[in-house]
Design a protein around this ligand. Sequence first.
Ligand code: G6P
Ligand code: MG
Length: 225
Amino acid sequence: MILPKACIFDLDGVIVDTVPAHYTAWKAMADEVGVPFDEEENENLKGVSRFDSMKHILSLGGIEKTNEEILAYTERKNEIYVEIISSMTPADILPGVVEFIDKLKANGIGIAIGSASKNTPTILKCVGLDKVFEVIVDGNQITKSKPNPEVFLKGAEQLGFLPQDCVVLEDAMSGVKAAKAGGMKCIGVGDPIVLSEADVVISDLTKVDIDFLKALYSNEELHQA
Ligand code: G6P
Ligand code: MG
């Protein structure tokens, strides 16, 4: 095979930079329960569902809460988060995303979203990408958080391709693990140390094009851009 049949994109941190908005909202919840929380710790929440993220914050402080109480925190976190993201526009799409999508389409390569976020439809609409992807699998359709590969396996299945024919683009440790557990190639987007389990790591989507995908599939040596 020379090229993958499809690319499955994570949303938060790959298509749009919602990471600071998630951080602001989680920080407010962490402050409320009295748990120290910083951007480094926030790294562990990337790709992780809302409920599991709140459970993680509570576990940092050794705090026990009922599922109902955890749900109440996640609802409040989401109110803060949605308030921030609702002002997003196409200008908030990360560099290289639109150009790369155009190249994929021109080469007949399928495109899908594979995100844990239940806010995926809202975000895609705000940034004007709601009619662009052939398949969207998001937090409303999955039961298992990344690093479980469910979200990407569903994406591949709905695209009509085998996992090994799909490349995942991910900015989260948990997402890279999910892609690899699903038998897919994975391009990490971000820090090569954090994303060391990816097949290759790039700083942003301006670094990827069709030749890059060819090299990834022919196992040529890829430079870490
Ligand atoms: C993405 C983000 C996580 C977030 C999760 C659920 O995977 O990286 O930080 O917790 O989606 O997002 P939601 O919008 O449903 O709260
Ligand atoms: Mg992400």
